[in-house]
Design a binder for this molecule. Sequence first.
Ligand SMILES: [Zn+2]
Length: 378
Amino acid sequence: MHRLISLLIGLFFLSSAFADNRTTLHDFRFWSSPERTRIVIDVDQGVRFSINQQQNQFTLSIRNAKLLKDTYKKLFFTDQRIKKTRVKRDKTTYRFKFSLHHQYQIKSYTLKPNDKYRHHRLVVDLHDQKDQGIKAIKKSKKPILKKPTSTQHASKIILIDAGHGGEDPGAIGYKRSQEKRITLSIAKKLAKKINATRGMKAVLTRRGDYYVSLTKRIRIAQANKASLFVSIHADAVKSRRAKGASVYTLSERGGSTNFARRLEKSQNTVDQFGIQQKSDSKDEYLNKILWDLSRKDRETQSQKLGAKILQQMKKLGPLHKKVPQKAGFVVLKTPAIPSVLVETAFISNPEEEKRLNSNKEQDKIANAIYQGIINYYK
Ligand SMILES: [Zn+2]
């Protein structure tokens, strides 16, 4: 009996050794944003694929592929763009037929593994065509890129940026909480408070679980003529003991401390989550920002705003850094307006992770940032 089992195991390994030259499709993930749907497939290196587009559908063919049972179930995703998915297979090629609601601009590329994803990734983006985008914005009550119509009485537009999102989970907590969920939750609570304040209006850089490139976040601030920019994060470090809030403002020269430099590296994840950002960051736009004339004043104002927020955060518990720190975060490169990045707490600290997941505590954090903003304007 024992022999039989080891023989079977041997055969199993033999057969999987034969299958080794096939690309395993390890996982499927879908992210819908107001402007595009992103399909991410974890694959092996050197995946061979093609895309064939016909009006309201497209076929993604992957040659020599192997589909895992768990992966198969995740395939049948629908959203405002994808109506239906069918899978066909002949000998070695898998064909995924996606029926769509409209015709979209399709872009595909592969990404290398990084510290968040150990597999190579095949990414397919379905972008709304230009006119569709405008239609969608007109339909939605809360436009993101269009200049808000309800701001006639609001003299101050506060841009609230929930860090990370979609394929970029941000920091992962001791109990596996994802930073991107916590930041969105706090951002939405903060937006509510701001929108309930006379003369103020909040605009979010994202309202769901999807990735927005760092430069796009800046563009949203510009398009909305924002008067202030607050980016919300919850960091992780190796030590489980690190705790407390800190606030960062932009330094063109880069981080002022080792800690700030390390953070920069993790926050400026320029090309890990989408190739689009790469081309974005190359354009002249960012360079122009660096030469912004009112930079000096912006720096002083950002420091002042940061200090006001820290003053409030101090009431919730000890701070990690008592004064605003400087770092070269891409997302803070909004021209001319005071911009801060708030590390609300350490998701890597078990106690703080628990706090960050609590609805009540999130509200306290949102309130501290809110009060800081109010005091800044006083
Ligand atoms: Zn973060």
